[in-house]
Design a protein around this ligand. Sequence first.
Ligand SMILES: *C/C=C(C)/C=C/C=C(C)/C=C/C1=C(C)CCCC1(C)C
Length: 261
Amino acid sequence: MLKLNSLVKKGAAVLALAFLSQVTIAASGDSAMLESGDFVGYSFWLISMALAAATVFFLMESMRIGGKWATSLTVSALVTFIAAFHYFYMREVWVSTGTSPTDFRYIDWLLTVPLLMIEFYLILAAIANVSGGIFWRLLVGTLVMLVPGYMGEAGMLNTTVGFVIGMLGWAYILYEIFAGEASKVAASQAPAAVQKSYTLMKWTVSVGWAIYPIGYFLGYLAGGADAGTLNIVYNLADVLNKIAFGVFIWYAANEDTKASA
Ligand SMILES: *C/C=C(C)/C=C/C=C(C)/C=C/C1=C(C)CCCC1(C)C
């Protein structure tokens, strides 16, 4: 067991190093140059690097804290890892064309949003016996939210229809985490630190996530929005929705581990 443990740690360390070198290559590659005064471009750079740094942090903390919290922290690292890579490409699209990298955003969301949903299941599974139904319901909500949203933006579906169906998917997710099985387990069985982080995660999914449908609404249903402004707002929203979200989980893991030590 001990041997396996140290092997896993070595593997994770190698992975972290490989990731860092890839970040360096992607960041210094032959991409178009950032122009002075391009604040949207700056925001792409800032969030790319913040996501890369967060990935290393969550991986290291996953090894340090470990135990029943290891999986939650590793998933946090996967979210920021996947997003960091997408942001390298999104930055390039913006810097070289000045247009919104919508396709990259949706591919990123398709991977990272289900992982964020798994986190609700994982932090509860770390402290109680919970059914896998929580995860499956949240996954269905995610797909109903994202797929019609994409189809609306890509012109495969009427933009209003895509928006309305997407909103229903989001509403279903909110129902599950505010009033469904997940919320009941959190309220009745979770220790204080886990409850606190569950509450922060729940409000992130309500308030932080609202940015994206508002952007869609302004862009397609209310006569159009400035692409630069929209991208800055999305980029800042991802600091909360991907990095801070992971930090809330890290807080629960850290406090719970200290309490039981
Ligand atoms: C890290 C990325 C995250 C958390 C992305 C979240 C995306 C959404 C909450 C998107 C929501 C949408 C609707 C609720 C309605 C239809 C349009 C969408 C897809 C923008």
